[in-house]
Design a protein around this ligand. Structure first.
Ligand code: PBE
Length: 299
């Protein structure tokens, strides 16, 4: 498997918006209501890559809840995880943009802030999207991609291995070997491909690193294809599939998070349906913070 730009994940360890003064006063550290949470975190929300739908949703929340004095800090998934890790180790207050499935909920004691205005939406799924013509050009790859569906528990195992330091391709291979029966079901009745290279676009979100590597493993080891993993930003991922430069991606969060991208390229891609159900997006804080709703952030 050829992997492009994987090192970029490690290269973006910029610590964003992490204040360490939270222990100075009890009120600030616990972040109890009445505007003190804002002070405790310097009115900063630690975001991820600017192309993520999660960032658009967080901007929506800032506007919906009247948080005009707050800043949503751009960065990357990796930088957000570093900031969160540092804060939790010091029991500092921090607010990050988060999503499920993600390993951070297993590693730390965290909670989503309530979102009564539903700025982050609800009832969403991760879908597989293919370029037009893939069905004719690589029918076996297409048939498998159409069939591919797993659970957040499956994905969590791959994510945890990567988080523990395993290379994504190795973590995917180990998971595949432990879950051969599930994979049998995905490829059941599908003939081997013709050795063509299937190009998979993805963004360096932990969830999508896991799914894309598992899909690549199956294409290579069960269906005889070669794969090329193209790590890009969210906009180019959609543009790549719509323009035919990428064959497919398994990272389309719909109907809400990637709505703008889906509308922009409507008619230029094929939606193969859900590959994972039961996702969630929102603002996430360590459980030791005394705040429960985005509404509490005002002031
Ligand atoms: N995410 C993870 C993506 C989709 C997958 C929630 C960070 C996004 O916001 O676009």
């Amino acid at each position: 498997m050829k992997s492009i730009g994987a090192a970029a994940i490690a290269a973006t360890l910029v610590v964003a918006g992490c204040s360490s003064n939270g222990n100075a006063d009890a009120d600030g550290a616990s972040g109890s209501g009445g505007g003190s949470v804002g002070k405790a975190v310097s009115h900063k929300i630690v975001g991820i890559d600017p192309g993520a739908g999660l960032m658009a949703a967080a901007e929506r929340a800032v506007s919906d809840y009247g948080l005009s004095d707050w800043t949503l800090v751009e960065g990357s998934s990796a930088a957000m995880a570093v900031a969160l890790d540092k804060a939790v180790k010091n029991e500092d207050p921090i607010i990050v943009t988060g999503w499920t499935p993600h390993w951070m909920f297993a590693k730390y004691d965290l909670k989503y802030l309530d979102d009564p205005k539903k700025s982050f939406g609800e009832d969403e799924e991760i879908r597989t999207v293919a370029r037009l013509g893939l069905k004719e050009d690589a029918p076996s790859a297409y048939a498998f991609l159409d069939k591919f569906e797993w659970t957040d528990a499956d994905m969590a195992k791959v994510m945890a291995s990567v988080q523990d330091g395993q290379e994504p391709a190795e973590a995917a291979a180990a998971w595949a070997q432990d879950n051969a029966a599930l994979i049998d079901g995905w490829v059941d009745g599908i003939e081997k491909g013709d050795g063509k290279t299937i190009k998979l676009a993805y963004v360096a979100w932990d969830s999508e690193i896991a799914s894309t590597n598992v899909v690549a493993w199956v294409l290579e080891n069960r269906l005889g294809y070669k794969t090329e993993l193209m790590q890009v930003e969210a906009g180019p991922m959609w543009a790549g599939v719509a323009g035919g430069d990428a064959d497919a991606m398994v990272a389309a969060w719909l109907p809400i998070t990637h709505k703008d991208y889906a509308e922009q390229y409507e008619g230029k891609y094929e939606d193969l349906g859900a590959n994972l159900k039961g996702t969630k997006l929102g603002l996430v804080v360590p459980s030791y913070m005394d705040v429960s709703s985005i509404e509490d952030l005002k002031g």
